[in-house]
Ligand binder design. Structure first.
Ligand code: ATP
Length: 486
């Protein structure tokens, strides 16, 4: 579907219904920033959004899908755009909103376009361009857009100055809908903008209001922030405004440097933010960036100063894993995301330990089997965890890390360990030994797996079966004796 055709039809619908229509929000913002045009368009119309969308649907002779939200008098329209993408139009009538202190759900009333723009989060998102402008020219020039734009709060100037600012008093904007505070830090990271001083102060003042935002929305915004290129910009803002203390106190607690007899440890908050950015340079995976943010959360609770050794954080990976479960519950993370984070936090030290203790094939195999399909993500996290400021040390560590990665790739290729389990399966063990399902079968299977991981035998059926025949009697004898005792 051609965008120009959509705009032409929108204009026609406007003329026939007598309802003026405007593009607003992210589409206008990104257009002025010269960004790639988006496939989701927000439209504000005079009068009923739903009625306009219905008329548009009726007139457009294309295979689109209208999704109606009669409770809100809004609608979504989905149109195939290319083989992989679809165009998403959101229709809403111009409206004003009145909030109660206990909820993010406002009382909505029809209003002028200006009032509608005033209820929006930031000036850079509170601009509207009449649809007719887009219907005339396929891609109107910036001058044409500027000539026709409705910009009552100085959004264009703020775009130029790279400033995030609320259209109205920020204390009202944030108190009305506290999610906007997280949107502010996310936009700052996403666009590389600074938050206006008053707006920033209002985030600090209203930070406690974030508690009324649902877990699902918090999760969504956190992941959106982590999807930005340099998430640390937003994370630092969250910390500075103390939003982090409320949403993720486990991360705030990483801050600080203790000194005992001149021995200091690194600031783990600064380190963790750096790790998130390092991960971000290597992959778009937001889950992995979140693992980077949380990987050291067990450190404050395990920190100890040991004379002659210095600062230690023994067991922080175990404590960190436990803490991940508590965080996941609070944010209502999916089971998959929870298990993913728990696994990465639990094992994040392993690549570095391997480098320190010697990279043996056996240790590499164990790591591969433990991590399964998350091995590559763990390797990215481990590499991102090398943040030492000492350039010589850093170079040495990274070189060693190259070796580790090469070894992992070799072992993966050679030993076919991706979905590892004993080549001699449980059923065969039971058949050969005349056993019923029970612990002895598991023990024999585990012994075969251990032998493969230790490199005593290759990961193939023949040698595994031979090994099984060699060891089985010992296990059967043990089992028989155990039965006698019982
Ligand atoms: P992105 O899609 O990159 O998040 P966007 O600006 O398009 O950016 P949407 O969440 O799609 O963001 O919202 C569309 C528009 O609706 C915004 O530009 C803004 O004008 C308005 N908006 C969205 N959420 C809020 C909110 N919580 N408070 C006020 N206005 C909002």
């Amino acid at each position: 579907m051609d965008l120009a055709k959509v705009f032409k039809q929108l204009k026609k619908t406007s003329e026939e219904t007598g309802q003026a229509s405007y593009l607003v929000g992210g589409y206008v913002r990104d257009l002025l920033l010269g960004k790639e045009l988006r496939k989701d368009l927000d439209l504000v119309v005079e009068g009923s959004g739903l009625a306009f969308a219905k008329a548009f649907d009726k007139q457009l002779k294309e295979a689109g899908r209208l999704i109606e939200f009669p409770d809100f008098d809004t609608a979504r329209y989905l149109l195939p755009f290319s083989e992989t993408e679809q165009l998403e139009l959101e229709f809403a009538g111009a409206r004003s909103e009145a909030y109660r202190s206990t909820s993010r759900k406002p009382k909505v009333e029809p209003a002028t376009l200006e009032k509608d723009l005033a209820r929006r989060d930031f000036t850079i998102n509170a601009m509207a361009v009449p649809v007719a402008v887009f219907a005339k020219a396929k891609s109107p020039s910036k001058a044409t857009i500027v000539k026709n734009i409705v910009d009552p709060f100085g959004g264009q100037a703020d775009l130029k100055e790279k400033i995030i600012r609320t259209p109205l008093d920020p204390n009202v904007t944030f108190s009305d809908d506290p999610l906007r505070m997280l949107r502010a830090v996310r936009f700052a990271a996403q666009l590389g903008f600074t938050i206006d001083k008053k707006t920033l102060e209002a985030i600090y003042t209203n930070r406690e209001r974030i508690k009324i935002v649902s877990a699902e929305r918090l999760q969504e915004e956190l992941l959106k922030l982590l999807a930005t290129k340099e998430s640390s910009i937003g994370l630092i803002l969250m910390f500075q405004t103390h939003l982090m203390d409320i949403i993720l106190p486990e991360v705030s607690n990483l801050d600080g440097v203790e000194d005992v007899y001149g021995h200091q440890h690194k600031n783990n908050l600064v380190h963790s933010f750096k790790v998130v950015d390092n991960v971000g340079e290597r992959t778009d995976k937001t889950w992995l960036r979140l693992a980077g943010l949380l990987h050291d959360i067990g450190k404050p609770g395990t920190k100890k100063f040991v004379p002659k050794i210095g600062w230690t954080f023994h067991g922080h990976e175990h404590l960190g894993k436990k803490m991940v479960y508590a965080i996941a519950k609070r944010f209502k993370f999916s089971k998959d995301l929870t298990e993913y984070l728990a696994k990465l936090v639990r094992w994040h030290l392993q690549p570095i330990s391997l480098m320190d203790e010697g990279i043996t094939d056996s240790a590499v195999r164990r790591l591969i089997v433990t991590m399964g399909d998350k091995i590559n993500d763990l390797l990215i996290l481990g590499r991102s965890d090398i943040t030492t400021g000492n350039p010589f040390k850093k170079e040495r560590r990274l070189k060693n890390y190259d070796k580790l990665e090469k070894r992992v790739a070799e072992v993966l290729e050679r030993d076919k360990l991706r979905a590892f389990q004993s080549p001699v399966r449980g059923e065969e063990i039971m058949k050969v030994c005349g056993l019923k399902p029970g612990p002895t079968v598991g023990k024999i299977k585990e012994a075969i797996e251990e032998a493969i991981l230790d490199g005593k035998i290759p990961n193939d059926y023949e040698p595994a079966f031979k090994y099984f025949q060699k060891i089985k009697d010992g296990y059967l004898k043990d089992a028989a004796e155990w039965e006698k005792v019982c």
